[in-house]
Every structure is written in C-alpha cells, then in structure tokens.
Design a binder for this molecule. Structure first.
Ligand SMILES: Cc1ncc(C[n+]2csc(CCOP(=O)(O)OP(=O)(O)O)c2C)c(N)n1
Ligand SMILES: [Mg+2]
Length: 874
C-alpha cells in the first residue's frame, strides 16, 4: 500500500494528477467544450512507481472485494482529501468512451442477423412512406433522417425491452420521438397492425381508407399513440412526472407495485428546450429508477450541428451526472473494441475526447482515408493501431447507437439499475444509411426525396429484396406472413406481452350522481361572505371525503395552497411524499400542520406550473395509461396558466386528458393591488383555441357546483374526452341560492340572474357580467333604475366560449342541412325577447364578449364606439 507520508505533497500536484485520472488525459471544460489547449503538466515530484502502487492496490481491492468496496474506498479517500485541505477539482465527466466496457457486456440474447434484416425492412418502409407521400403531394413533409439514426435504439427496445400492457401487467410506457414516427408506423406495418393503404396515406388522413398522422397524436389516432411528443421538450418533462405519478399511484394503493418502466426517447437538439432538462433533479430526488431517457445523439438538429464547437454528449453527461442520474454513454460500436484493446496507453480514448462535434460530423461524410489521416493521423502510435485495417473498414467503424449489442447492454444496465433514473447517451449518425442523399449532412433533416440511384444504393446497403426497377417505385415491402422475419418479430412481441404503442381506455366509470355532495352549494351561503375560491375549496374538501371518488381526487398545487386557502387539506389528506415525513414540522402543534405522508394525496409541486401541468396530464390520462379514473384538480394563479404553459395544455388536450384546471385570482379586477403581473385579461381568450376544453367564469358557488358536478358526470361517468378551465376570484360576498332551475343556462353559457323589478319603464337594457364583475352589473342595475329610470335585466354569462362554440356549430349544421329547420344558436334564442341596449362588462379583453355579438339581436355595447351608441329601444 502507498505510505501515508507519500500523500504529503504539494497541493496543486495532487490536483492535476486527480484531474488527469478522472479525465483519462482528456480535459473537457465542465463538459461544455472540448479544450484542446489544456495540457496537464506532470506534477513536480510525482513518482511513476508510486502511482503504479496506488493503481495496483486499487486493482487488488477491485479483484478481491468488487466494485462496491472499491467505490467506497475511493469515496472515503476523496472525503479524506477534502478534510485534509486538498481542493479537489470537480468534473462530472468521464472519458469520451463507452460507460460499459466490452468485457462487461452481457450476451446479446436475440438473433442479431435476423433482427438486422427486420430493422432493414423497417428502415425501407419508413423511407418509402415519406418518399411516396412527397411524390404524390409535393412537399407534404415527413422525416426520414431522424428514424434512420434511431432505428437500432428503437428496435432493440421493441425486440427485447418494451413490455406491452396485459391483463396481468400494466406495461411499460414509451414516449417516442415525434419525428421518428415513420419508423414506428413501418414497424406496425410489419407487425400487421397497419395496412399498406394507411402507410400510403401518411399525412393524408382524409383519403379514402384513412391515413396516418404526421406525428404521435392520441387525438387523431386514439388506439395507437399515447403521448403527443412533437412539440419538443414537453415529453422529457411529462415523462418524468409520469414516472413520479406511477409511484404516487403505488404509494396510495391505487395500483400494484410493479417494475414497469417509463422510456422517453429524445433528440440531442431537443435538450436545448428548457423543459427538457428542467425537471431532471426531481427525477433523481425521487429516485425514479422506473425512468429511462434515451437521447439520440446524432450531434445534429434541424439546421446543423447541435454543438459544432463543443461536445453535446459530454455536456449532457455532466448535466445529468450533476443532477444525480445514472449516465450510460454508448459511443463506440463493437468494431472499435479490438482497436481499443490494442491501445494500452489510452491514446485512443484521449484522441476521442479531443474532437469537437463539428469535426466528428465531418468524419461521417468523409472517406476512410480521410478518417485515417485526420483522426488517427494525429499521432503515429494511433496510426499504427489501425494499420492493418483498410480504408473502407475505417469508414465503417460503427458508432455505439448503431450497434445492437452495445445498445442492448446499455438498456439492460438501465432497467436493472436501482435507486436512480438512467439516461443513455447514444451516439448515432443522422440520416444513417442515406449515403449521398443525406447521411450526416446538414440538410438531412429535411430530406424527403431520393433519386433513383440513391434509392438503389439504400436498397443494396440494407439488402431489401427488390430489383433495380421495382426499387425506384419505392413500394412498401412486407415479407410473407410465414417468413422467418415476420415469425420472429411476432414471437418477440408475444414474449413481451403484445404490441406497442397501443392506447386503450379501460377505466371503471363512476356510477353515483353526487347530488347530495353538491346540494349544499346550491343553497347559498346564508349571508356568510365567501369568495368563489373558498366555495371551490369547500367543494374540494367534500369531494375528497366522498366514498366513491374521494380517493381518486388528485389536488395539485404549485406552492399556492395557502394563497387559495387550501392549507386545511395538508392535515386532512396530507401532502404526497415518497419518503413520508423525516422531520418534525415546525408547526406540528397547530391544527393545520404541514403534513407530508407516503400516502399523502396532494401533489405539492413547488413553483413549477409546467411540472404541475405534467402531473395534471399524468393524472388526467391515467384512465387510459393505467385504467384508473383519477380526477385532477390543478389550481394556480390564472396568469401563470395559459400565458405560461399553454403548450402543455395543448398537449393535455391532444392526449384526451380529463380533469379541472382552476385559474385562481383570475381577471383584471380581483387582485388589482398586485399590479400588471396579475392582471389577467387574457386567460379566457387563450382558452378559446383548445377545442375540447370547456371554459367557465362563474360568479357564484352554485354555478361552480353545477359546472363541476356536470363535469364529473361527463368525464368520469360518461367518459367524454373533455376537460375544464374554471376561473376563481378573491372577493368575499354572500353567495345567493340558485334562482330556480338555471342549471342548463349555467352550463350552456348564460342565464338571467336577476330581472328588473321595474315593470313600467320603457327604457330597457340587458346587462351581462361574469365572475366577480357580475356584482358590478348588479349595482349598475340599481343605479340605472334609481337614477335614470332604465329597467335593466342582469345576466350571468358563465361562458362566452360555450356561447360562441354553440353558435358556430349551429351555423355549420345549418349549412350542412339546408333543407331542415335551421338551428337557432342558444345565445340568439335566449335573447330573442330581451329588449333594450345590450351591455357587457368583462374582466377580459373586449374580444371575448364581442365574438358572440353577431348572434345577438342587436350589437353588443362595450363602450367601444361612443359615436354609434346602441339604440335604446322600448
Ligand atoms: C418546440 C419545437 N420547436 C421546434 C420544432 C421544429 N423541429 C422539429 S425537429 C427539429 C430538430 C430536431 O433535432 P433533434 O432533437 O436533435 O432530433 P433529431 O431529428 O436530430 O433526432 C426541430 C427544430 C419542434 N418540433 N418543436
Ligand atoms: Mg439530433
């Protein structure tokens, strides 16, 4: 063993030596750029023999006691060095090499040659789908090069890892990279799940026989796709919260504990999106070893290299390792193994770490001779390593992400890893196999057309059994049902439980009508002043106690529970924590203490509306993902909803998510002291474009009760694929009882709340208000009567969106049914006999009420044009 006094040497020497060991001679600046200039000076006084002794003693520990003990010793050594005053440099990077060395690779369990043939057929059909679509319709789009680079990453998953949903097992969850969709369709074609006609109509869904959507859209293909992923950055974040929600369901006893995995495939360029890496610390904090990211590191994005002047893989490695993930790099294919083995001095790994991605990209498009000269040529000893290999062999040295054995080893390690999420950084070539048509080229992302020669070359390279003539027609190709390829492919999927992706809805619907639960709120607050927010929280509290749906409710808050008066729920239902509560909360002696529990019900997400929305999506789609009808209620400051995370709301809609979004402190008048930041004049406008979202701006407790009760019925009893946005306010006022049977009006968008008592006046008006501003309309009603002798009726407009949608749908129906009795829009019917000026008061921009003006009997007055006042008719 090295002697203790030998440790006593100059600080900076040790530092440099450590760095040299960590980086194996390659220093990368915090993982962001390869720093070719850095030279590591040999520390003064360093004795080779001494180093050798240290290394040998580590080897002997490794041999006798294994890697865990060796790791522990190194950890202790590091801690000891720190307390001894050694300022150890930090680097989260490992060398630019495979994380799993060749000698530790498991045996590949499949028939590699057969899998290669199947993969080649999938490559061909994926390419054919895009090329054919663009021949029929110029520039219809589609992507070839993304799947071309990711084919092995998916195929190893399909043949060996992705377990389907079965009656006994919930199945793995896979987020497919959106632009790789042609490859996923092509596989489903070989599996016999999609017809050639569907493939033919890729991106042309309205053609006879139907087609296939451009990207994963559960809305358009509800039996196939589960997760909309093509808005980049959303799926990494959604998958993290999905994995966490799976644990939540287990910890709350709503589903059995299983080893099901969540796989998320993303592009390396996609990691630029802030959402992609935005929640990775949650995944490690929650020890989500049920989560696996696979980043397809083809070093390119749409326009060009992701990090031409740096190394995206090293950058991602340091980010994920720093965040506490298990990182597995799959950089080099098996052909490199014998060369690496010959390299006893570690020169090759050092050289591998020196190149920036722009240089690597160049090596892909250049010849073998170029590779020899520019990569190995930097050192005669490197040249010697590859001397026996011809240029063509150098050109064909595969990258790790194209080598099934390497990918299999990484996936196996990932699924077996305990205690941390895993990210696999797999190096690939964008447009792999396209050759001159785009392999590794900057234009490859957009490549949709191949000429005859390019097609023939691709055909030959992947051994597709088509002659030169047939090949240029780019036909879809599926071997006979009894061919060994199809038999093998089916057998593999059978062994893994069936086909993936596949979306199925199978949750048990609610049966009760819950009248009793909501009744109390129909009766008003008996003079007690409450805000609509408080009324909602009261309802939530009751719903949580309901024997049928109580356990299914998932309250979600982004650090705003106190803002909305929900803190009493902390104590009653608890805040979910995967580890329970390891500390005594400071307020333990109070009634409403901060209770965290393993079976806690509230998802207290902290200050992340995006994360909360991802939880909302996981909970609101569990009826399909898990067959469990969880009912999410996500409450947030309305200004931080649509304005901030509208794309997630869109994804929720596409995914047929069910549940309730609650925009607290909504509108422009409810919290005016907070200034512009909270002046929400837009959320109801921004809710307009989401077709399956029902948006309401209620003023009274009974309105909210009617909306929520009906929403629960529609979504969870009838299984409708809609979700809700309800705005809530802060002003406390006495909640009136429901004035007669106005339920239908509340749900359809408007009803008369208070008719004028002045029956004599000829001057008439109709006042429209929503939310807390309705009370101003009621005051206006009194003033108009008392001061001006105008008899005004007051209407509560609960949803301009509902009025608008109904009117547009009525018009469309009328257009399509010219011989039938025309439908009259609800707003028109309702106001048919309403006399006088029509005046709307709203917290939202004037567009909102104006959009229904055309279906009203007279123009709506918003005070827009004083020159042309509404006629005050009698
Ligand atoms: C939010 C968002 N912005 C932009 C795009 C347009 N876009 C589609 S693919 C692409 C490049 C993807 O690069 P990468 O993530 O590296 O995937 P690769 O195709 O290389 O595997 C871009 C910019 C998008 N789909 N989503
Ligand atoms: Mg890329």
């Amino acid at each position: 063993m090295p002697q203790a006094n030998r440790m006593n040497r100059d600080r900076s020497d040790v530092m440099n030596n450590e760095e040299a060991l960590v980086n194996n001679g390659t220093t990368v600046n915090n993982g962001t750029t390869a720093d070719n200039e850095t030279h590591i000076p040999v520390p003064h006084g360093l004795d080779d023999l001494e180093v050798q002794e240290w290394l040998e003693s580590l080897d002997s520990v490794l041999e006798s006691s294994g890697p865990e003990v060796a790791t522990e010793i190194l950890e202790r050594l590091r801690a000891h060095a720190t307390v001894s005053g050694i300022d150890l440099p930090f680097s989260a990077n490992t060398p630019y090499a495979n994380t799993i060395p060749a000698r530790l690779e498991p045996l590949f369990p499949g028939d590699q040659e057969l899998e290669r043939r199947i993969k080649s057929l999938i490559r061909w059909n994926a390419l054919a789908m895009v090329v054919r679509a663009n021949r029929v319709e110029h520039n219809i789009g589609g992507h070839i090069s993304t799947f071309a680079s990711a084919a092995t990453l998916y195929e190893v998953g399909f043949n060996h890892f992705f377990r389907a949903r079965t009656p006994e097992f919930e199945g793995d969850t896979v987020y497919f990279q959106g632009h790789a969709s042609p490859g996923i369709y092509a596989r489903a074609f070989l599996e016999g799940r999609l017809s050639a006609q569907k493939l033919e109509n890729f991106r042309r869904e309205l053609k006879p026989g139907g087609g296939l959507s451009s990207y994963p859209h559960p809305w358009l293909m509800p039996d196939f796709w589960e997760f909309p992923t093509v808005s980049m950055g959303l799926s990494p974040l959604m998958s993290i919260y999905q994995a966490r929600f799976n644990r939540y369901l287990e910890d709350r006893g709503l589903k059995p504990v299983t080893d099901a995995k969540v796989w998320a495939f993303l592009g390396d360029g996609e990691t630029d999106e802030p959402e992609s890496l935005g929640a990775i610390t949650l995944a490690s904090r929650e020890k989500l070893d049920n989560l696996i990211f696979v980043v397809n590191c083809n070093l390119q994005r749409l326009d060009g290299p992701v990090r031409g002047n740096g190394q995206i893989i090293q950058e991602l490695e340091s980010a994920f390792r720093g965040a506490g993930w298990n990182v597995i790099k799959v950089l080099w294919g098996s052909e490199w193994d014998p060369i690496l083995e010959r390299d006893t001095e570690g020169l090759l790994v050092k050289r591998m770490g020196e190149l920036v991605d722009g240089e690597y990209q160049k090596l892909v498009v250049e010849s073998g001779a170029y590779v020899r000269q520019h990569f190995f040529g930097s050192d005669p000893r490197l040249l010697q390593l590859v001397e026996p290999l011809p240029d063509e062999a150098l050109r064909r040295l595969r990258l790790g992400g194209h080598d099934p054995r390497k990918v299999y080893a990484a996936y196996k390690a990932a699924v077996e890893h305990k205690g941390r999420p895993t990210v696999i950084l797999a190096r690939t070539i964008k447009g792999y196999g396209l050759g001159e048509a785009g392999e590794g080229k900057n234009v490859t992302h957009q490549q949709k057309k191949l000429n005859e020669e390019e097609l023939q070359e691709f055909r030959s390279r992947f051994g597709i059994p088509l002659n030169d003539q047939d090949c240029i027609e780019v036909p879809f190709y599926r071997p006979a049902e009894d061919s060994i390829e199809i038999q093998y492919l089916r057998a593999r999927r059978e062994a893994l439980g069936g086909y993936v992706p596949k979306r199925s809805v199978r949750s048990q619907l609610l049966v009760a009508d819950h009248d009793e639960l909501f009744k109390e709120f129909y009766e008003g607050s008996e003079g007690r002043e409450v805000s609509t927010t408080m009324a909602y929280v009261g309802m939530l509290r009751k719903m949580l106690r309901d024997p049928e749906m109580g356990k299914l409710i998932v309250p979600i808050v982004p650090d705003e529970a106190r803002t909305f008066g929900m803190e009493s729920l902390f104590r009653t239902v608890g805040i979910y924590s995967s580890v329970g509560q390891r500390y005594e909360p400071v307020d333990v002696n109070t009634l409403l203490y901060y209770k965290e529990a393993k079976d806690g019900q509230i998802l207290e997400e902290g200050i992340t509306e995006a994360g909360s929305m991802a939880s909302f999506i996981a909970a609101g789609s569990a009826y399909a993902t898990h067959g469990i009808n969880t009912i999410p209620f996500f409450i947030y400051y309305s200004m931080f909803g649509f304005q901030r995370i509208a794309d997630f709301i869109w994804a929720a809609a596409d995914m047929r998510t069910r549940g309730f979004l609650l925009g607290g402190t909504a509108g422009r008048t409810t919290l005016s002291g907070e200034g512009l930041q909270h002046q929400d004049g837009n959320s109801h406008v921004l809710a307009l474009p989401v077709p399956n979202l029902r948006a309401y701006d209620p003023a009274f407790a009974y309105e909210i009760a009617v909306i929520i009760q009906d929403g629960i019925r529609r979504m969870y009893k009838d299984g409708e694929n809609i979700f809700y946005y309800i705005t809530l306010m802060n002003e406390p006022y006495a909640m009136p009882p429901m004035p007669g049977d106005v339920k239908d009006g509340i749900l359809r968008g408007m009803y008369k709340f208070r008719a004028s008592e002045n029956k004599k006046s000829k001057l008439r008006a109709q006042l429209f208000g929503s939310g807390s501003i309705l009370r101003e309309a009621l005051q206006a009603q009194d003033i108009l009567d008392q001061k001006y002798g105008v008899a005004a009726d007051v209407w509560s407009v609960t949803s301009y969106k509902a009025l608008y949608t109904d009117a547009v749908e009525s018009e469309r129906w009328n257009r399509l049914h010219p011989n039938e009795k025309p439908r009259v829009p609800y707003v028109t019917q309702t106001l048919a006999d309403a006399p006088g000026a029509l005046v709307a008061a709203t917290d939202y921009i004037k567009t909102l009420p104006t959009m229904v003006s055309k279906w009203m009997p007279r123009r709506l007055d918003l005070g827009i044009d004083p020159e042309k006042p509404n006629p005050v008719t009698s």
